[in-house]
Ligand binder design. Sequence first.
Ligand code: MN
Length: 250
Amino acid sequence: MPEVRHAALPALFISDLHLSAEHADTVAAFLAFLQGPTREAGSLFILGDLFEYWAGDDDIDAPFNRDMCAALKALSATGVELFYMTGNRDLLAGDDFARTTGMRLLHDPSLLVLGEQRILLSHGDALCTDDHAYQAYRQQVRDPAWQAGFLSQPLAARKAFIESLRKQSETAKQEKALTIMDVNTAAVDALLRGNGLPVLIHGHTHRPARHLHQVDGHECVRWVLSDWHGHATWLSFDGTRFNAGESTRA
Ligand code: MN
């Protein structure tokens, strides 16, 4: 398991902003978040699906992407440490994106070890094991050979393909039972058991909550981060406590 052994505190955790030019209220909330709560933080962990989609690092000069990257870079330039784990929407964000924004890319999952506190970070989609069709798709698009082939296509063709996938995914979601799209408890327990029973933080399901898991007689906390709709929402860790935070709604 890849480990992160230092992060300045307090640490903030966010995911599932699904930033796109079409949702100006969420974009405004993100820019305000980067100018506000993060400036008091030591580090910021973005656990996937920051963008509604990311067609490849060669799309970094699109005006919208350029603005978002500049805002992240401005935060990293203040000394706040930025960590980024890709989700299913932005899994093609890579080294150029990380360099441009001053972020450190994290493997999914990664273990954050802060003194006595062990925190397992994941986007969360790998835990939705009841959705077999999705897991088959995930395995395909996470394959480096598939990614290399996809990235060799022209940017416009990639964007058109992603757009068609998004439409299919909306239709599929409406037809799937809600339980299938949540994490599988046994998969969560196995991940916790295999990593020394840490606190788990993930997003993806858009079902913000604090869950308790009993694993081998030990109580583990699982935080599910909220998606964003027009206002900022995050989890913070100050070295002792976790706290859910949010900005006022516009
Ligand atoms: Mn996701």
